[in-house]
Design a protein around this ligand. Structure first.
Ligand code: PMV
Length: 347
C-alpha cells in the first residue's frame, strides 16, 4: 500500500492525526462581502451570494503532531515555507480549532497547494481557509456539519464560509458566531454558468482584503451600497433560480462597481484597478452593446476581471479576450461542488 494508506492507518490508531486532504473551490461573489460589523468574528455588513468554482481550488493536508516533535506549527503553501503575516493568519486559525477541540497541546504540519495564482483577485483565501478548516477539524477529531464548518471557516476569511458549500451559495450576515453562516441556494448542476477570468496581473495586492474590510466604514458611500444590496438580494436569488443571466448580470456589475466605489473613496483610498482592468470593462460593454455578446463582469479586490457567460458564448469570449493587449492569460471555471475529502496526500 502507498504512503497515503500507511498514514491513514497510523491516524486510525491515534499515534498521528492526519486528515485525508480536503479540496475546496474558490468562489466568485455576485453580491460582495465588503466591510465587517465585527472584525473579531468576521461578521459582515451584508449578506453575500457567490458561485463556488470547480476548476480553481486549494488542497490541504493537516497532520497534528500528537508525538510532540514539533515546537511550532509548520506551514507550507505552494511549496514554500510560510512566514510572517501569512503564517500567523494560519496559526491563528489553528489556535481557534485547537481551542474548539479543547486541546491546545498539539502543533500542526500544514501543507497546502493552490492550482491558481494567490492574492490576485481570485479568492485564494476563500478556498484556502475552507480547505484548512475541513482538514484541521477532521484530523483533530471534530465531527461537524457544514454549517458549523462554515462558521469556523468564516473566522479565517469571510468568503471561506461560502466555499464550504458547492454551487450557488448565500452567506447570511447573521448576528453572532452561530448565525453568520453560508448555505447552498442551488447545487452546481443547477446552472453551468462559466466564469472566465481575464488575468491582468498575478502580483500580490498591496492591501489584502482582510485589511481592506476595516476601511469600508470610512467611505461616505458604504451605507448606500449596503442599502442597495438589501434591495438586490431577492432579485439575485430569483435570477439564479430562473437561470437568467440577462437579469443577473446588471445586478452583479452594479454591486461590483459599488464595492469599488467604496474602496476608492475610503480613507485611505484603495485602488485595485489597473489600466488593463478598464480595457476589459470597456471591451465587454462594447461587445455586449454592439454585438449582442451576453457577458457580464465582476471584480474582487484585485485588478483581474471575472466575466460571466453561458457555455455557448465562452469560445467567442476567449477569442475576443486574446485581442486585448493587457490580458496576460485567461482562467476558466464552471461551478463546483462542496469542499470534499480526496484520497491523495500532499506529504
Ligand atoms: O474573505 P476575504 O476577507 O478575502 O474578502 C473577500 C472580499 C471580496 O472578494 C472582494 C468579495 C467577496 O465577497 O468575495
Amino acid at each position: 500500500m502507498g504512503r497515503a494508506g500507511e498514514r491513514i492507518g497510523l491516524c486510525n490508531v491515534q499515534r498521528r492525526r492526519l486528515s485525508r486532504p480536503p479540496r475546496a473551490g474558490s468562489n466568485i461573489a455576485f453580491i460582495k462581502y465588503w466591510g465587517v460589523a465585527d472584525p473579531r468574528l468576521n461578521i459582515p455588513l451584508n449578506n453575500s451570494i457567490s458561485m463556488t468554482l470547480g476548476a480553481l481550488h486549494t488542497t490541504t493536508t493537516v497532520e497534528w503532531d500528537v508525538a510532540g516533535r514539533l515546537s511550532a506549527d509548520e506551514i507550507t503553501i505552494d511549496g514554500e515555507r510560510a512566514a510572517g503575516p501569512k503564517a500567523e493568519r494560519v496559526i491563528c486559525h489553528l489556535d481557534l480549532i485547537r481551542h474548539l477541540a479543547g486541546d491546545r497541546r498539539f502543533r500542526a504540519c500544514v501543507v497546502s497547494r493552490n492550482n491558481f495564482p494567490m492574492a490576485s483577485g481570485i479568492a485564494s483565501s476563500a478556498s484556502a481557509f475552507a480547505a484548512l478548516t475541513v482538514a484541521a477539524c477532521t484530523a483533530i477529531g471534530l465531527s461537524l456539519d457544514r454549517t458549523r464548518l462554515s462558521a469556523i471557516a468564516r473566522r479565517g476569511s469571510g468568503s471561506a464560509s461560502r466555499s464550504i458549500f458547492g454551487g450557488y451559495v448565500e452567506w447570511e450576515r447573521g448576528n453572532d458566531d452561530a448565525t453568520s453562516v453560508a448555505r447552498q441556494l442551488f447545487p452546481a448542476e443547477h446552472w453551468a454558468l462559466r466564469d472566465v477570468v481575464a488575468v491582468i496581473s498575478t502580483a500580490e495586492k498591496a492591501v489584502s482584503s482582510q485589511n481592506g474590510h476595516a476601511l469600508a466604514l470610512t467611505s461616505p458611500f458604504n451605507a448606500a451600497r449596503v442599502d442597495a444590496v438589501y434591495t438586490m438580494l431577492q432579485e439575485v436569488r430569483n435570477a439564479i433560480a430562473l437561470r437568467e443571466l440577462e437579469r443577473l448580470g446588471p445586478l452583479i456589475e452594479q454591486d461590483a462597481l459599488a464595492m469599488h466605489a467604496v474602496m476608492m473613496t475610503s480613507r485611505p483610498s484603495l485602488l485595485y484597478w489597473q489600466p488593463g482592468t478598464l480595457e476589459v470593462l470597456h471591451a465587454v460593454r462594447r461587445w455586449r452593446e454592439e454585438d449582442g455578446l451576453p457577458v457580464y463582469f465582476t471584480i474582487d479586490a484585485g485588478p483581474n476581471v471575472h466575466l460571466l457567460c453561458e457555455p455557448a458564448f465562452e469560445r467567442e469570449l476567449l477569442r475576443r479576450l486574446q485581442t486585448l493587449s493587457s490580458v496576460r492569460t485567461v482562467i476558466t471555471s464552471g461551478p463546483g461542488g462542496d469542499a470534499e475529502v480526496i484520497d491523495q496526500h500532499l506529504f
